[in-house]
Ligand binder design. Structure first.
Ligand code: SAM
Length: 217
């Protein structure tokens, strides 16, 4: 309930954006598709190889990640979750014929998949208190770990941003805290990527080592 109240303004924000801009990077509050894609590229480092996979996209917007994967020749089934129904309605209209993509609006509807990724979803907190937002993020990560077989990944704006550019309506996560939290709670195989040229970091959590890559201890 607490989370629901905190998220209502976020849902309204993105609903209004998609009404205004339709299915475009502006609807998910990015200045360019480059800002989206550089994040997708980090998250996709989770993938083990060329084999087909299933993926959940937590806070999917208009499904840009699915199009990104398709354009790069991946074979996958996809479930996009978004809090804003108008966002998933816009996403559903863009599904290519025959693609096994579907969309939901409630995290309880997410089925287990090989991977779950979260891109940009934790950034906009609007008026929420930082501590409450952090508690919500951790609760989401617990849920995400439960529906991810091989691994999951998420990104966030970083506390290592330039002070004068930081905004009170955005959440900046501490990369060291999230690395440590994931390492202690989810897996010994955790990567922290903080080297892709924007004020953002990505955490990749591998729940199963890729085939043939687990060395003898
Ligand atoms: C910054 S946009 C990013 C969209 C997409 N991941 C991308 O990179 O193109 C964040 C999206 O997450 C959705 N969102 C925010 N909080 C959410 C939550 N708690 N559960 C599900 N979706 C959420 C918003 O409606 C919005 O579409």
């Amino acid at each position: 309930m607490k989370h629901k109240q905190m998220l209502a303004p976020v849902e309204r924000f993105f609903r209004d954006k998609v009404r205004e801009f339709g299915a475009s990077h502006k609807a998910v509050d990015y200045n360019s598709t480059d800002a989206q894609e550089i994040r997708f590229l980090q998250l996709m480092k989770l993938l083990a190889g060329p084999e087909p996979f299933s993926i959940n996209d937590y806070g999917c917007g208009y499904g840009a990640l699915a199009h990104f994967l398709l354009d790069r020749g991946h074979r996958f089934t996809y479930c996009g979750l978004d809090i804003a129904k108008e966002m998933t309605d816009a996403a559903a209209r863009l599904v290519p014929e025959g693609a096994a993509w579907h969309f939901v609006n409630d995290p309880k509807e997410l089925a287990p998949a090989d991977y779950t990724v979260v891109s940009g979803t934790f950034n906009l907190k609007l008026g929420a208190e930082r501590a409450a937002w952090e508690e919500f993020v951790l609760a989401c990560l617990e849920g995400i770990a439960r529906v991810s077989r091989k691994g999951f990944g998420f990104n966030m704006l970083t506390t290592y941003s330039d002070r004068e550019l930081m905004r009170p309506d955005l959440y900046y996560g501490d990369p060291l805290f999230y690395f440590d939290y994931c390492e202690r709670n989810f897996s010994k195989d955790v990567a922290l990527l903080h080297d892709y040229g924007i004020y953002d970091f990505t955490v990749l959590v591998r729940l199963q080592a890729p085939e043939g890559q687990k060395p003898e201890q």
